[in-house]
Write a protein that binds this ligand. Structure first.
Ligand code: SF4
Ligand code: ZN
Ligand code: ZN
Length: 317
């Protein structure tokens, strides 16, 4: 890299495209963390005394989320969901464990196979693997956070994820999705709130932050990944971004300004409690309990007296 850091004049580590500038390693780390804090403040994502659960997969986005929130002084614990997808899950878990060890963060692990009898991809069903994997991850993440008194769940979604998701939802006119995206999903009843602290950072910036901070992460793709469509949307957006830096950010911010158009279209879906597990559900039995054929609820509590701040541990699953 030929340029010089805009702040200190040392040799540059990165050339940012938007805003256009060169930064050295140290000043890039500072820039990145300041930007995350600004996102948190701008969208009121976290309060200083919140207990935050970060879902870590072993990949870069979730690792950087846990890493930065910890550096910014938030109370963070991590959850890894072992999906039971052969070697891929084994490696994901090893990476998640190493990342949390290096950060000194407490890591909880839920093992899908032990909890419901099968790993992801081992069930005979017409439902696509990624569809029931997604519902399983969302359910376990929420139930774990709820059972253990976490205030909020933080995920590693970045600007590229968000832009391509809005783009594909628009292409398919999926109004239900379009009404619910954004950096923050408020909690309600037994649904714990979700936030995306990396909302305004690009995949490239996140990968470079991981390199600059020495975070080791898994790059392997899940064998079930049908990333092709998402990757096409990302490629289109990247092409536009190259021609006009700032396109993705403007697209996502424009969406946020107009989200209410979709919200109005969406009828309030009335949620009731699942007959089996008592968690929010649109039908009599929630899709998790129905899919996995549960007859009694999972108990994911690892803490006995949450309200007194004891943070004892037990193995689950
Ligand atoms: Fe689950 Fe793999 Fe599909 Fe991702 S790609 S949703 S981890 S099955
Ligand atoms: Zn510098
Ligand atoms: Zn249920």
């Amino acid at each position: 890299m030929k340029g010089r850091c805009k702040i200190c004049g040392r040799e540059a580590f990165i050339k940012l495209h938007y805003p256009r500038m060169y930064l050295c390693r140290e000043h890039f780390i500072e820039y990145f963390e300041r930007k995350v804090q600004r996102t948190i403040d701008r969208y009121h994502l976290l309060k200083r005394d919140d207990w935050v659960l970060v879902a870590v997969s072993g990949g870069k986005d979730s690792a950087v989320t846990a890493w930065v929130l910890n550096r910014l002084g938030y109370n963070v614990e991590c959850l890894h969901i072992d999906l039971g997808i052969g070697d891929y899950s084994k490696r994901s878990r090893e990476y998640a464990e190493r990342q949390c060890r290096e950060l000194g963060l407490k890591l909880h692990v839920l093992d899908v196979r032990k909890l419901v009898g099968h790993g992801i991809g081992e069930v005979r069903t017409r439902r696509p693997v990624c569809s029931y994997c997604g519902l399983t991850k969302r359910y376990l993440m929420n139930k774990f956070a709820y059972d253990n008194g976490f205030d909020v769940i933080a995920t590693g979604h970045n600007l590229d994820d968000e832009a391509s998701f809005i783009f594909s939802s628009l292409m398919n006119w999926n109004v239900q999705y379009l009404a619910k995206q954004g950096p923050k999903l408020e909690g309600k009843g037994k649904m714990v709130g979700k936030v995306k602290p990396l909302y305004e950072l690009t995949e490239r910036e996140i990968a470079l932050y991981a390199v600059a901070s020495g975070i080791d992460y898994l790059v392997d793709e899940c064998p079930h990944s049908r990333g092709a469509v998402t990757l096409r949307y990302k490629a289109v957006l990247n092409g536009m971004e190259e021609e006009r830096p700032g396109t993705k950010l403007n697209f996502v911010k424009g969406y946020l300004r107009n989200r209410e158009l979709f919200e109005r279209k969406l009828e309030e879906m009335e949620l009731r409690e699942c007959r089996v597990c008592g968690m929010p559900s649109s039908g009599e039995v929630c899709s998790f309990c129905r899919f996995w054929g549960l007859e009694k609820p999972l108990d994911l509590r690892v803490r006995t007296r949450v309200e007194e701040g004891e943070r004892g541990e037990k193995e689950i699953g």
